[in-house]
Design a binder for this molecule. Sequence first.
Ligand SMILES: [Cu+2]
Length: 296
Amino acid sequence: MYYCNEQLKGKILGEPASDHGVLIDRMLYITIALTGIVFFATQIALFWFSFKYQESDKRKAFYYPHNNKLELIWTVIPAIALTVLVGFGLFYWFKITGDAPKDAMQVEVVGKQFGWEFRYPGRDKILGKKYFKNVDPAKNNPAGQIWEDPANHDDVFMEQEMHLVVNKPVRLVIGAKDVIHDVGLAHFRLKMDAVPGTPTTMWFTPKYTTKQMAEKTGKPDFVYEISCDQMCGKGHYSMRGVIVVENRKSLMHGWLAKSHNIWLQIRTKIHRLKRCSNDSTLSCNNKIINIAIPRR
Ligand SMILES: [Cu+2]
């Protein structure tokens, strides 16, 4: 396992691209080292004793059924070792799922059959309220946002592509629309179930931009991936999404500036509808038919 890991490390994932990823890798190496030593020691002992004390006409078997001291030793030592290993795991788990730093950006990630939806809180840094009965892509409301909540008006919605800022902590608020999915971030060494009706969270800090990681891995076309790590139906394999890690400036002035603010689109449509209400030209009538008005 160690050999495969070492051989394939650079070819598959590259070094961990998040602060928590470094800790997770360290924990895995400690676990593999400890269990590896125990594995080889016990297997060598097992085969050696079987060989040395195999059946022989020259000696008689010694009946030795029980030893309290031995039982105690081989129960207590593994128990302590496993407690330490599980303790590490729990410590990291509470860290990853616990409170994010105050300056963390927030992104809502929602899994669906078959893809990912991302919502950013906008300038107010608050994700607007939503309600599952409002979900209606045909009415330009794929996330089910409640438009009466002003916090929704600057939210940004995007599918299949998430943008993050390098060295800035990000808190993911994770959900699902239909069945259980799982946010798999292999390059960041993180994963978390996406459960309908029960939001889950985790936070991390990306360490390298996509460009830096492309240089590190030697792959010019490198992209961070978000995969679904839970078998969720026949299109499970097609849930691959892309994460772009960049610096704050290029995010604010590039992708985020051009991104999809649903409220602005709807507001523009409502204005157009009002303008068209006194206009009976053919083009205006066609616009009215195509407008999907949100519930207000
Ligand atoms: Cu899925």
